[in-house]
Design a protein around this ligand. Structure first.
Ligand SMILES: C[S@@+](CC[C@H](N)C(=O)[O-])C[C@H]1O[C@@H](n2cnc3c(N)ncnc32)[C@H](O)[C@@H]1O
Length: 267
């Protein structure tokens, strides 16, 4: 009885002490690959190849959500009037092409070392990106309704306290702004495809990158977004070919998926 009471107190204490979405073991895991982050054929190669799919997804999602001026549609810097927060930006694989499309990108990550890498890499490529080593909870406390779009790509499956994470993401978003998320579904098929095949068998991803318990089904994510006043606009399934390192859209969302949701105006 006493042990159970102490155990429950300890759990509550831990919840308060770690009142953040950051799992430090995850951050340490990603920092191991810092030297190879920008190697297109290295351990982060699926993130590099995923850009072919997720950049048009974000760009077209913003066009369809009416976030762009009509005059900008044919401009190579099509996103020039759009402010984007890239949450869990890592070394900047997604932030950089978004900045090349003209958008005003802020990238945040819980890893100071990865943010430093991102800063150095952007500078070398003459890109102006505002990178910050911080948590989304901290950032959202000072940047309420600041961004036209918030992106969290391949991050949610590494986060604890997903509701808190999404609440903070939504807080940073302007009303009628879009949140774009890509993640992994909590299904046995995803466990097999991502952990057994991609990680353990073909080693297309570093072993130990994913834990099944942290995956989330799109329907559960949609519900959490609704709770933050964000209405789902699009849900796509994504399939990764481990042999060709190519990503494709598909109907089936039971392994990888992408969601765009729009923050409604407050009632
Ligand atoms: C798989 S990488 C994705 C990086 C980037 N989004 C991309 O697609 O190129 C996951 C990143 O999320 C960061 N991360 C994990 N949990 C986080 C959290 N709770 N808050 C902020 N960053 C987090 C890690 O440090 C890592 O850089």
């Amino acid at each position: 009885m006493l042990i159970r009471a102490i155990g429950s107190r300890w759990q509550n204490f831990r919840k308060v002490a770690t009142a953040s979405s950051v799992d430090n073991e995850e951050i340490q895991h990603f920092e191991k690959f810092i030297c190879e982050w920008w190697n297109e054929f290295g351990p982060m190669k699926p993130l590099h190849s995923m850009n072919k799919l997720r950049i048009p997804f974000i760009r077209d999602g913003l066009i369809n959500a009416g976030a762009l001026n009509h005059d900008d549609i044919n401009n190579p810097k099509i996103l020039k009037n759009v402010s984007i927060l890239d949450v869990g930006c890592g070394g900047g694989i997604l932030s950089e092409p978004l900045a090349r499309l003209g958008s005003n990108v802020t990238g945040i990550d819980a890893s100071t070392n990865l943010v430093h890498l991102a800063q150095v890499h952007a500078k070398r490529n003459s890109l102006e990106i505002n990178y910050l080593a911080t948590s989304i909870e901290e950032h959202s406390s000072k940047n309420v309704e600041k961004y036209d779009a918030v992106v969290a790509s391949e991050v949610l499956e590494h986060v604890v306290e997903k509701e808190k994470f999404l609440e903070a993401c939504a807080k940073c978003l302007k009303p009628m702004g879009s949140i774009f998320i890509t993640s992994i579904s909590k299904t046995l098929l995803a466990n097999f495809a991502v952990i057994f095949l991609a990680e353990n068998t073909f080693q297309q991803l570093p072993k130990g990158t994913h834990q099944f318990e942290k995956f989330i089904e799109p329907s559960e994510l949609q519900k959490m977004l609704e709770d933050q006043n964000c209405r789902t606009k699009l849900v796509h399934g994504i399939v990764y070919n481990v042999f060709t390192n190519n990503w494709h859209w598909c109907r089936d969302t039971s392994v990888n998926f992408a969601i765009q949701a729009v923050k409604l105006k407050s009632k």
